[in-house]
Design a protein around this ligand. Structure first.
Ligand SMILES: [Zn+2]
Ligand SMILES: [Zn+2]
Length: 484
């Protein structure tokens, strides 16, 4: 057999016999050889290339997870300290490192860390199969999901059964099959997991790319969810039968929205909804459960919002303390951009100069130095024509809050999407000696507030709105004001 590199150079039919070429560096060479020669391949060979590229992806993803698992193992091995709820745990700290490094949300990173640990631990065979390209990441996730929280011996049996057929099944087929097996082997564990999940039932809303929003009731009991859906479907059919020309799906959505709005429905429709109740079986009527859980979700958030707007005494005269002047300040837009570039250049310089082991310390020191170096200019910029810098108390004024929230519409952790109006306004340098001023305040969500409490993470505010995070591994992230 030809070496792959030779094959690319010499052989016109370079892809021949690569059908089951294992993933790894050699396959990478085959795949990257002369992209334009895809023209030469037969349809069958093109499909083989696509499948091979997918195997290669699985291989790379196995490496990604192995690296994450090793990092996690390294940083959680000595984490035996008492849990302090004000501080994020070592494990979660690793999650945040991964989030920032891969530019994913904390939730995605947490899933990756979990998957990494499982595929290098109890599901090592699945990890191997992923690395060998015998299954892809989506299927590895299914196996991980279904075996989560099952007794150890059952995990092994379900995994073996899964791997037997996984390469020939879609994720849906795989999930259904191994769920059945798990249910048979550990019915109590499966029931407990279901009960646990329904304890996290909630109402969620998120914006879509088309400028609409999705509203979703999550983790309801299966029977409840289907009963609600069936009931609305039956009513929608009734409306359609009465001559409504909207598509059924749209009627369903409109009807559900009307119900949630608490709109008075015409008697006929109300009758349809009540009529179908009998078909939904022994479950309690959803009308009791739904709005109640909705209230549970809504009220704490609302309370927070209310508290926020009331929280700032003395801030009732907007703009009265010169907030509009402070917004631009002597730093100016281009000033901050230039400063950010300069800070980045200096940190890169440090990064390139020190041995890897000294990196975290060196980057922290450098950021600290930069912070100190700009302190006089920063103070002067904030002070402007006023005599005072910041305000005497701990609480920011309403004007300050508005300014900081406009500057950073979300939590200042690099990958966090939490809107700043739901965040704490954190004093970057803790209050006293830190001051209550635009140059020392930034929105942090609860989680990243706790992350900042860790001694191995550092956050510096170099200029009002320009922040540097330094992670335990010595990585650093510059967060710029969004509206400069
Ligand atoms: Zn200031
Ligand atoms: Zn955050």
């Amino acid at each position: 057999m030809l070496a792959p590199a030779d094959a690319i150079i010499n052989d016109r039919r370079e892809w021949e016999d690569r059908e089951w070429f294992p993933p790894g560096p050699q396959l990478a060479i085959c795949l990257s050889g002369e992209k334009n020669r895809l023209d030469d391949l037969t349809d069958d060979e093109l499909l083989q290339v696509a499948a091979a590229a997918r195997r290669q992806t699985s291989w790379a993803q196995a490496r990604e997870l192995a690296a994450i698992a090793e990092l996690t193992r390294r940083h959680t091995a000595e984490d035996s300290t008492d849990p302090d709820h004000r501080v994020l745990s070592a494990r979660e700290s690793v999650t945040e490192e991964v989030a920032a490094a891969l530019t994913v949300t904390s939730n995605t990173a947490a899933t990756l860390v979990h998957l990494a640990e499982r595929l290098t631990g109890p599901l090592a065979q699945t990890g191997e199969a992923l690395g060998a390209g015998r299954l892809d990441m989506a299927k590895a996730r299914v196996i991980c999901d279904v075996t989560d929280q099952l007794p150890e011996e059952v995990v092994g049996r379900v995994e073996r059964a899964a791997l037997e057929k996984a390469s020939g099944q879609t994720t849906g087929q795989l999930r259904r099959r191994i769920r059945r097996i798990a249910q048979r082997l550990a019915p109590e564990a499966i029931d407990e997991r279901r009960r646990e999940a329904t304890r996290l039932r909630r109402l969620e809303v998120w914006d879509t790319p088309s400028g609409t929003a999705d509203l979703s009731l999550c983790d309801l009991a299966t029977e409840d969810a289907h009963a609600i859906f069936n009931k609305i479907t039956a009513a929608a059919h009734g409306i359609k039968a009465d001559g409504d020309t909207r598509p059924l799906a749209m009627i369903r959505a409109d009807l559900a929205a009307q119900l949630l709005h608490g709109a008075e429905l015409p008697d006929a429709i109300r009758a349809l909804l009540t009529e179908t109740r009998d078909e939904t079986g022994p479950n309690p009527p959803d009308a009791n459960g739904c709005p109640a859980s909705g209230d549970d979700v809504a009220s704490p958030g609302q309370a927070v919002l209310n508290a926020r707007t009331e929280a700032v005494p003395g801030g009732s005269v907007p703009g009265s303390d010169g907030g509009h002047d402070l917004r631009t300040g002597p730093g100016g837009d281009t000033g901050i951009a230039a400063l950010a570039d300069e800070v980045e250049r200096r940190l890169r310089h440090v990064q390139g100069r020190v041995p890897p082991r000294e990196l975290p310390h060196a980057v922290r020191q450098a950021a600290q130095r930069i912070h100190r170096q700009f302190s006089a200019a920063r103070d002067a910029a904030c002070r402007g024509d006023d005599e005072v810098h910041g305000r005497p108390g701990y609480r920011p004024t309403a004007v300050m809050r508005r300014e900081v929230e406009a500057r950073h519409p979300t939590c200042v952790f690099p990958t966090c999407n939490q809107p700043s109006h739901r965040c704490d306004l954190d004093h970057t340098v803790p209050w006293r000696p830190g001051i209550t001023c635009r140059c020392n305040l930034a929105p942090l969500c609860r989680r990243h507030h706790r992350l900042k409490q860790r001694t191995d993470w550092r956050l510096f505010q170099i200029w009002a709105g320009l922040l540097i995070w330094v992670t335990p591994s010595g990585a650093w992230y510059l967060v710029r004001p969004e509206r400069q």
